[in-house]
Design a binder for this molecule. Structure first.
Ligand code: BES
Ligand code: ZN
Ligand code: ZN
Length: 503
């Protein structure tokens, strides 16, 4: 799909579908007068049509509601589409992204091959990036392994963002930024979509190497022998139950110049399949555990975008990748492993494997000069119980760093909610036979998991993102397909890009 920016007169744009955003009537009877960019001559010509739609209640301006007029008068486009923007004062870049995605996902199956969306704001260009992101993300489907030849017939050739008023920034670079970020998020979704027989830890390492090669990043793979030499017993304990060997993927981005001192580490859980190990999971729904590497994929997607957008700080990705299986050599409940940090861990439950591999990766990041660490992991089922599917769970050992992160996440349109890390919760993590157990009790499961990680992150400022309930959509949304969401990529990229301004 080609992305374009256009500032031409709206009525002259020859596309299959010209879309304008219309808001809910601010007062009863205000009808067409409140119809979004009603000043556009192309739309104004149809105001009778819009007034009729509003009068009959066929279109009220509710968020993402749509109405389509074929062969509109005085407009070169084949269709005029009005799409609801909801309440005008609640409208933001989040809604722009979703409006663009909704247009792509609902018009593509109708055979529409080119869409132009008018984004009119006082600043002119602030909605260009989210509009581009929404279009590229909306265009992605989890259909790689569907052999239906018809799937390629309905495809979008062009999505144009129309900006009637030109603002201060460069429109082209705002569009390009949106394209880069969304294509990177789609790389994350491609990786997460791969089933575990197509993507082993070795395959993930190869995919990371290829991405790094394509985008001029340095990539190093630590294999099993190297990790054993270093003493990564926590990671290797998880890996020993699988015939597919583990890797620690390290990818480096270095800016041409940077403020002395800061070095951001991104760490992602890369369990290509989580059976639970000897503490085996129930078979119902186990197939979804192919997405247990969504944190790893988010880190790789973010590095792809970072290599092109060139933020002002060095960023290093640490991606531990294993398969949590159960063969005759699998680790058992009660096993005690020696982590890289020197702390011993009693593995009370082999299904709490993510924190074991992250512990060694976080220690390794610390030893390699990280001044700030952010990890993303599909770590606990409990996070979905606490927050549902709409917020990433965030944890920290440094309030100020978390506040900076949250600012970036908000700008990226990724809802994130902080959970507590009071010292009291640490009491849940007691082992009679080692320094730490790998599970707490029945309560506060996401918090004890975070406390476990913190034992390896301290004293470096660190943010942990539990994305178990946000990395996968069980049902399609209007703007996103069912399956992998690519969550956390945009927050990571924003954090790195905003680094100097949010200190
Ligand atoms: N990969 C799972 C967490 C998960 C659950 C991700 C549901 C996505 C959807 C993780 O390794 C796990 O199994 N966690 C256990 C921890 C428990 C044993 C303390 C869990 O959440 O049940
Ligand atoms: Zn598990
Ligand atoms: Zn897991």
């Amino acid at each position: 799909m080609q992305l374009k920016i256009e500032t031409a007169q709206i009525e002259k744009i020859g596309v299959d579908a010209l879309a304008v955003i219309c808001f809910e009537a601010e007062q009863e009877g205000a009808a067409a007068a409140t119809a979004g960019p009603a000043a556009d001559p192309g739309v104004a010509a149809q105001s009778g049509w819009l007034a009729d739609l509003r009068a009959t209640g066929e279109f009220t301006g509710k968020l993402y509601e749509m109405a389509v007029l074929h062969r509109p008068q005085g407009v070169a486009a084949k269709r005029l589409v009005v799409i609801g923007g909801g309440k005008r004062d609640k409208f933001s870049s989040v809604e722009v992204r979703r409006v663009a995605g909704t247009l792509v996902r609902s018009l593509k199956p109708k055979g529409v091959r080119s869409i132009a969306l008018v984004v009119d704001t006082p600043n002119g260009d602030e909605y260009v990036t989210p509009a581009a992101e929404g279009a590229v993300l909306g265009d992605w489907e989890a259909d790689k392994y569907k052999s239906d030849p018809k799937k390629n017939e309905k495809k979008l050739d062009r999505f144009s963002v129309i900006v009637p008023r030109v603002g201060s920034g460069s429109l082209e670079s705002a569009l390009e930024r949106g394209r880069i970020i969304a294509e990177s998020q789609n790389l994350t979704r491609d990786l997460v979509n791969e089933p575990a027989n197509k993507l082993t830890p070795g395959d993930l390492a190869k995919a990371a190497q290829k991405m790094a090669g394509d985008f001029g990043l340095e990539c190093e793979l630590l294999n099993q022998e190297r990790m054993a030499e270093l003493g990564m017993g926590a990671l290797l304990g998880v890996a020993q139950g699988s015939t597919n060997p583990p890797f620690l993927i390290v990818i480096k981005y270095r800016p041409a110049s940077s403020k002395a001192g800061c070095h951001l580490a991104l760490v992602g859980k890369g369990v290509t399949f989580d059976t639970g190990g000897i503490s085996i999971k129930p078979s119902d729904g186990m197939e979804k555990m192919k997405y247990d590497m969504a944190g790893a994929a988010a880190v790789l997607g973010a590095m792809r975008a970072i290599s092109q957008l060139k933020p002002p700080i060095p960023v290093t990705a640490y991606v531990p990748t294993v398969e949590n299986m159960l063969n005759g050599n699998a680790q058992r409940p009660g096993d005690i492993v020696h982590s890289l940090s020197g702390k011993t861990i009693e593995v009370l439950n082999t299904d709490a494997e993510g924190r074991l591999i992250l512990a060694d990766a976080i220690t390794y990041a610390n030893r390699n000069g990280a001044t700030h660490i952010v990890d993303a992991a599909t770590l606990t089922g409990a996070i979905g119980i606490a927050l549902g599917h709409y917020n990433i769970g965030a944890f920290t050992n440094d309030e100020e760093f978390l506040q900076r992160f949250l600012k970036s996440a908000r700008a990226a349109g990724e809802k994130t909610w902080q959970l507590p890390m009071d010292e009291e919760y640490k009491e849940y993590l007691k082992s009679a036979f080692a320094d730490l157990p790998n599970i707490g009790g029945r309560y506060g499961g996401s918090i004890t998991a975070a406390w476990f990680l913190r034992e390896f992150a301290d004293p470096t400022p660190w943010v942990h993102l539990d994305i178990a309930s946000t990395a996968w959509l069980d049902e399609a949304k209007g703007w996103l397909s069912k399956g992998p969401t690519g969550v956390a990529v945009r927050s990571f990229v924003h954090l790195a890009m905003d680094w100097n301004s949010i200190q």
